[in-house]
Design a binder for this molecule. Structure first.
Ligand code: OKP
Ligand code: ZN
Length: 344
């Protein structure tokens, strides 16, 4: 299968993140992409291609104009404020505070357009995020043109980013942008299955009231894991979208054998939906040695995951999300993709 990747995606190079009450070394780092790319080349998975630039239109189909304008202008305004290091939001319009009027100060805007303090924004962050979205779109186009599957080596990831906010290391929702692009190209139904360890709150929210994009997510129970405020089992969609969203929150310590039961249900749900395309939000952070996660996948379990996804039998776009055990990340990622090819 072909892989899409651009070096521009490496420009987002955060030094630190706020985590566990302190400033810690960032985990969503360029080396993640480099190790995956190296493993793909070593194992001969297939050609590695540069993405094309799809411009702003497919981004605007998912994200608001004011959010995109904020991200576009952020660094110049940050510098103009006399700041020089990477930025962290620290105040949000929670209950009792007002969203309108939108603040003028950059610190207020950072809070308005974010969901957490764990997602540093640097000089080249948005350029990297746009390249990551173009990687997703190019992978989607390959599959639309007839490839059985393609791998968008997206980084930064996307699934926590909502219509008008960044967070959880995500700035543009790559999976949502690709799904919407398929729809705009004439596909009637698109399914997104999110197997990242964390709930894909952004993707869920973007499609929550729609029946044309099915969103399914298997993840650590948000009662005890990030993002904490979405991802429960009773979130099943609203209005038109009622019945087209499903979550499988699983306990910390989940092994593949328990996970596989939820996956079976999710795969059956995808098949029943009869989508034209399947998008996999491919987090690799269910791995037992992931530094920020609490599931117990072994490297071989990722092969079984890819194998099961192939049995769905749909044209499939894999888009990388999380996974922070850098040394094993290439192996775990390639295991999914080769497991898929072996099962296809
Ligand atoms: C992004 B993705 C742990 C801090 C966790 C946010 C995690 C974002 C995960 N102490 N910070 O879904 O892999
Ligand atoms: Zn994750």
């Amino acid at each position: 299968m072909k892989t899409i990747f651009s070096k521009t995606q490496l420009g987002h190079d955060p030094k630190n993140e706020i985590s566990d009450g302190e400033l810690k070394p960032a985990v969503e780092i360029p080396q993640r992409a480099e190790i995956v790319l190296g493993t793909i080349r070593d194992c001969g998975l297939g050609e590695v291609m540069e993405p094309d630039d799809f411009g702003v239109d497919p981004l605007r189909r998912v994200h608001s104009a004011d959010y995109l304008a904020f991200m576009e202008s952020f660094w110049a305004r940050w510098i103009a404020e006399g700041r020089s290091s990477e930025a962290f939001p620290f105040v949000w319009p929670v209950r009792t505070l007002r969203e309108d009027p939108v603040p003028e100060h950059i610190d207020g805007l950072l809070g308005r357009y974010s969901m957490d303090s764990g997602t540093p924004v640097g000089e080249f962050t948005f350029e990297a995020a746009k390249a990551s979205a173009n990687t997703a779109l190019t992978a989607a186009r390959l599959v639309k043109q007839g490839e059985k599957a393609a791998f968008g080596l997206c980084r930064p990831p996307g699934h926590h980013s909502g219509p008008d906010f960044f967070g959880g290391y995500c700035f543009l929702n790559n999976a949502a942008i690709a799904a919407q692009w398929f729809r705009d190209q004439g596909a009637e139904r698109v399914a997104i299955l999110d197997v990242d360890y964390h709930h894909g709150n952004g993707t869920q929210s973007i499609f929550y009231d729609r029946s044309d994009v099915l969103f399914l997510s298997i993840h650590a129970d948000p009662k005890v894991e990030y993002p904490f405020f979405l991802g429960h089992a009773d979130e099943t969609g609203e209005n038109e979208g009622a019945g087209f969203n499903q979550n499988w929150p699983l306990p910390l310590g989940t092994h593949w054998r328990e996970y596989a039961r939820a996956l079976e249900e999710a795969c059956n749900k995808v098949v029943a939906f009869k989508p034209d395309y399947l998008i996999i939000s491919l987090g690799l952070d269910c791995f037992e040695n992931d530094p920020i996660s609490g599931f117990k996948f072994k490297s071989d379990d990722f092969t079984a995951l890819g194998n099961r996804l192939a049995a769905i039998g749909l044209p499939t776009v894999f888009l990388m999300e999380g996974g922070y055990a850098v040394d094993a990340l290439g192996t775990n990622c390639v295991n999914v993709l080769r497991g898929f090819e072996a099962g296809a």
